[in-house]
Design a protein around this ligand. Sequence first.
Ligand code: GLA
Length: 385
Amino acid sequence: MNLQNDFINTFHQKPDAFYFSPGRINLIGEHIDYNGGLVLPAAISLGTYGVIRMRDDQLIRVFSTNFNDLGIIEISLHDLAYKENDNYANYIKGVFDLFIKKHHKINRGMDIYIHGTLPPQSGLSSSASLLVLMVYILSDVYHLDLSKTDIALYAKDVENHYMHMHCGIMDQLIIAKGINHKALLMHTSTLETTPIHAFIDGYTWVIMNSHYERKTTESKYNERVKECQDALNIIKKEKNISELCELSISDYNDIKHHLNEVLRKRVKHVVTEQNRVLKSIEVLKNQEAIPMGELLNASHSSLKNDYEVTGFHLDMLVEGALLAGAIGARVTGAGFGGCAIALVKNNLLDQFDQIVDQYYYQKTNLHASFYPVEFVDGVKKIEVA
Ligand code: GLA
């Protein structure tokens, strides 16, 4: 990878600056970041590089190595409406559009070269990585000095209102604020974050990609968000709460008869998952591998049976990981397809990928990929020699 040369070959000019925005995994606390919950994600070394040069006109020209076939996409600062054909460039348009709506004086276009190392559709947040990257770039080149939290909130705004994906704040906030070697315990209603040492001596976190994509992920995700809102509206008539994660398990037992069967299962997941995050913090602090594995497994079962966001492929991947000796495994991110994570004893690592892949292939006819995990800093400007 030579980003400088690649930029010059594409735009025939030297670039002004280079940036990197990571992807993320979530260790535990799934589908509760839009319910005011505590979650435990980490930024990872796979991510999105951005190389830019300011222009003197109002054109944005963007090229992505992940969409070579689309060539250079040209956008005018005067026409930032969403267009299906603009594909991934809509994320970039959405960011420019938001800055203009927020009355930042954005008056020059830009040549932008994007190189993503996150496998697309893998549930490792390639879209949040691109959005946070672009917000950071605009904040940097226009000297706006946005805080990391504001950067995350801007990126979420584009995802929610321009792309119409009703996601929570977890992905954007971890990608903006990640810390080298740490996971962050994130309070999604106050946006407070605390660095957590999330490694257990003698064990490794492994990311496993199912390579299974489901086209309906977005609509199914939005359906879950809506179910949680419906449940909250019903529960609010009984209890004085503003978000579902304020319920304790005994509160849930008191009110569950007000909910139909589907909503009951959704709320049960939310309440028990919140509890598992709190237990995980203790267990990680005490370096207790087996209880951590049990929490991961319980999280996956809850996402499978109560929240219903896993599906056959992810279930088989997790099953394969457990058969290969993982101490625990679970889907990470929105689910429906994409990646799972496993906590694996170091002496099993040599054969782990092969055993899981064999099992997964037997069951699904698809091969899995595996990535070693490094936790890294959030979005930043980088030097390129
Ligand atoms: C996606 C969303 C996040 C979060 C996870 C599930 O990654 O973007 O906000 O809800 O799913 O935990």
